[in-house]
Design a protein around this ligand. Structure first.
Ligand SMILES: NC(=O)c1ccc[n+]([C@@H]2O[C@H](COP(=O)([O-])OP(=O)(O)OC[C@H]3O[C@@H](n4cnc5c(N)ncnc54)[C@H](O)[C@@H]3O)[C@@H](O)[C@H]2O)c1
Length: 249
């Protein structure tokens, strides 16, 4: 079974690639470096070339797709956060659906975030097409604003595709991690604008997650055992969402 995974070089993506390979899958990793397919996913032409390279390696048939590549709020240009976390993710989903349709028990998982719940779609500047102006006005919080907007937008993009993908026989879900110990989280903690907020975002369970814990959920969601799970978001956050939004269901 061939499974393609973006962001395979680090953190949650690397742990997921390891777990999928251990489960016997033929994993095709896509990342900036040290991957089967190297590409900078900020660039639409590089995304298209990466899709072609994945299809060539997979012989045009994919059984799974995991979209992990992403950057955190610390990245200097908030528009890049949207380009990688949202636009590249949606581009991969749409470009690889035909190959997934030909797969065996095909499924895709997108790594969103609990940050997807920090903004409503109606207020999301990506929905309104006003992101550049909105982020420019957000000052020091532009990165966090762009990150939450990008993650809200990928979660909505998955839900908006549930009917088409379900009818195509391809399951599609998101996972929404809270704080997970990876280089991305560390970069946020090292940023004076966001460090305290991230450190104070402590889950009821009293620790951050590990990349392997998120990989375990993703591996389940792409497996045939998750055959009736489709169009859903799975919060995996040690209870932080329940703490912050106890009445949201
Ligand atoms: N770590 C957390 O606390 C946390 C929480 C919620 C969601 N997430 C999400 O999990 C996903 C994985 O993040 P992580 O924490 O494992 O971070 P990470 O930095 O360890 O891994 C991210 C990977 O994405 C790749 N990537 C970044 N920009 C790229 C580009 N332009 N082109 C190609 N590849 C690129 C990086 O090279 C890296 O290998 C991200 O989408 C992130 O938003 C992380």
């Amino acid at each position: 079974m061939s499974i393609a995974i973006t962001g395979s070089g680090s953190g949650i993506g690397a742990a997921t690639a390891t777990a999928l390979a251990a489960a016997g899958h033929d994993v095709i990793g896509i990342d900036l470096r040290n991957a089967d397919v190297t590409a900078d996913l900020t660039d639409p032409a590089a995304r298209a070339a990466a899709v072609d390279a994945v299809l060539e390696r997979a012989g045009g048939v994919l059984d799974g797709l995991v979209l992990c590549a992403g950057v955190g709020p610390h990245v200097p240009d908030p528009n890049l956060v949207v380009e990688i976390n949202y636009r590249a993710t949606v581009a991969f989903l749409d470009a690889l659906l035909p190959a997934l349709r030909k797969g065996e028990s095909p499924a895709a998982v997108v790594v969103s975030s609990v940050a997807s719940t920090h903004i409503k779609w109606e207020d999301n500047p990506i929905a309104k097409g006003t992101e550049a102006e909105s982020f420019a006005q957000a000052g020091d919080f532009a990165g966090q604003y762009a990150y939450a907007s990008s993650k809200n937008a990928v979660t909505v993009a998955v839900r908006q595709r549930a009917v088409e993908w379900g009818e195509a026989g391809v399951r599609l879900n998101t996972v929404a991690p809270g704080s997970v110990d990876t280089p991305l989280l560390q970069a946020g903690m090292d940023d004076p604008r966001y460090g305290d907020a991230i450190r104070n975002f402590v889950a009821p369970i009293g620790r951050n997650g590990t990349p392997e814990e998120i990989a375990s959920l993703i591996t389940y969601l792409v497996s045939p055992q998750a055959g009736f799970i489709h169009g859903a978001q799975f919060v995996i956050d040690g209870g932080i969402d329940a703490k912050v939004r106890p009445t949201a269901v």
